[in-house]
Design a protein around this ligand. Structure first.
Ligand code: S3P
Length: 443
């Protein structure tokens, strides 16, 4: 995976967002569909698959473990090898920028009969892995990380896992999902209790693949050895990608935009009530459930926003949307306060610091805390902002350009292709005045 560090965006100020667009498929769901399809009995078909670098890294990992996967555009066919059919990879699995691929695959690999090693790019190599290593070791896995608790992960197979009853120390869907996947290979029933609700795509998709799970409030249990049966997965458009447009259309006067067939799973959709509480004009139409996931068309029109205290119960389920939400806060009247979000410090970048330093460049008054930040809305100026190679920081600041008084130049945007290939083209079609400079790349 290349670093794309020279790809920059230049946003000319002004413009409105108009029309109907469909953002790419949900990243979380695409990863999970590949993983369950690979260990299922039979052939799984995926439609609406995200062809981002993160999900393609997951696909390459399963290729390396002997799984036949064909794909053309957004359609993928996987010939599942069954729970015990994966083969030893001959080289370390390089999962690029993807924390989700790393943590979920670690759980899956802990239960295999072969050895494997996981590595990734510079950002991924800084991210904490002890949160998965500790409980997987408790299950009997032979898995180690570096002394600093980071990649590479080294897994020695053939250990025979046992079920655990584990209370997650952090609200993390990646950790929960890693243990659920390991639980498939454990003797007994693995139970996991979460401190707050996190995205439940793994649970929903396991059910779609015929695996029974028990859930009582925040406790989920899975029986080892449950069979996974191939199915047909329709991936909705990613609400985390739609988030940039929800904010962009809210802050750009005269905007009226429809985002088609977006996933509105209640464990992912908190950006909608948060923006509505700030005064946004957002409505849903054509709601239905597809492959166990609720989807809808979302209409957003520009509105006058005001600052709020972000409700605590929405923090974990809007965790990826705070870069976008803080751009809305910068354009809102008054103060927006966020607390209880220290997980933002260990995403693809330290997002609290990355958002704050970008907003300061654009003339906005920001204060940071260990677990959050306070943004006072004001006049957004032009300036040069570093994305710190974080895709969501790059896209959030692109939207800031709509409300800025001068051009916004965003550095190091190549990693946008991890989650949103084609972002500049789609954003430009909707009305963002965006141009790219530097090394040419799909982001
Ligand atoms: C994800 C879970 C979240 C999120 C990430 C995707 C997933 O991470 O930030 O982008 O697909 O499970 P945590 O669960 O670690 O908070």
């Amino acid at each position: 995976m290349s670093a794309h560090s020279t790809l920059d965006y230049l946003i000319s100020p002004g413009g409105t967002l108009q029309g109907r667009i469909r953002v790419p498929g949900d990243k979380s769901i695409s990863h999970r569909a590949l993983m369950l399809g690979a260990i299922a009995e039979g052939q799984t078909r995926i439609e609406g698959f995200l062809q981002g670098e993160d999900t393609l890294a997951t696909m390459a990992a399963f290729h390396a473990m002997g799984v036949e996967i064909d794909y053309q555009d957004e359609r993928v066919t996987i010939n599942g090898v069954g729970l015990h059919g994966l083969k030893a990879p001959k080289i370390p699995l390089d999962l690029g920028n993807s924390g989700t691929a790393t943590r979920l695959l670690a759980g899956l690999l802990a239960g295999q009969s072969f050895d494997a090693e996981i590595t990734g790019d510079a950002s991924l190599r800084r991210r904490p892995m002890r949160r998965i290593v500790d409980p997987l070791q408790q299950m009997g896995a032979d898995i180690t990380c570096s002394e600093q608790g980071t990649l590479p992960l080294t897994i020695h197979g053939g250990q025979g896992l046992r079920a655990i009853d584990y209370a997650l120390p952090v609200a993390s869907a990646q950790l929960k999902s890693s243990l659920l996947l390991a639980g498939l290979y454990a003797s007994g029933t693995t139970c996991i209790t979460e401190p707050a609700v996190t995205r439940d795509h793994t649970e929903r998709m396991l059910r779609e693949f015929g695996c029974e799970l028990q859930r009582k409030r925040n406790r989920i249990c899975i029986r080892g050895g449950s069979q996974i049966k191939a199915c047909h997965v329709h991936v909705p458009a990613d609400i985390s990608s739609a988030a940039f447009f929800l904010v962009g259309a809210s802050i750009a006067t005269g905007s009226d935009l429809i985002l088609e067939r977006v996933g509105i799973n209640p464990t992912r959709d908190a950006i909608i009530p948060i923006l509505q509480q700030m005064g946004a004009d957002i409505s849903l139409a054509n709601q239905q459930v597809v492959s166990g996931e609720p989807v809808a068309d979302i209409r957003v029109r520009s509105a006058s926003l005001h600052g709020i205290d972000i409700p605590q119960d929405k923090v974990a389920i809007a965790i990826d949307e705070f870069p976008a939400i803080m751009i809305a806060a910068a354009c809102a009247r008054g103060r927006t306060r966020l607390h209880g979000a220290s997980e933002l410090r260990i995403k693809e970048s330290d997002r609290i610091q990355a958002i704050a330093s970008g907003l300061e460049v654009l003339g906005i008054d920001v204060r940071t805390h260990e677990d959050g930040m306070e943004v006072r809305g004001g006049v957004v100026s032009g300036g040069t902002v570093d994305s710190f190679t974080d895709h969501r920081i790059a896209m959030a600041f692109s939207m800031a350009g709509l409300a800025a008084s001068g051009p916004v130049h965003i550095l190091n945007c190549g990693n946008v292709a991890t989650s949103f290939p084609g972002f500049p083209n789609l954003a430009s079609a909707a009305g963002l005045q965006i141009s790219i400079s530097g090394e040419s790349h799909g982001g």
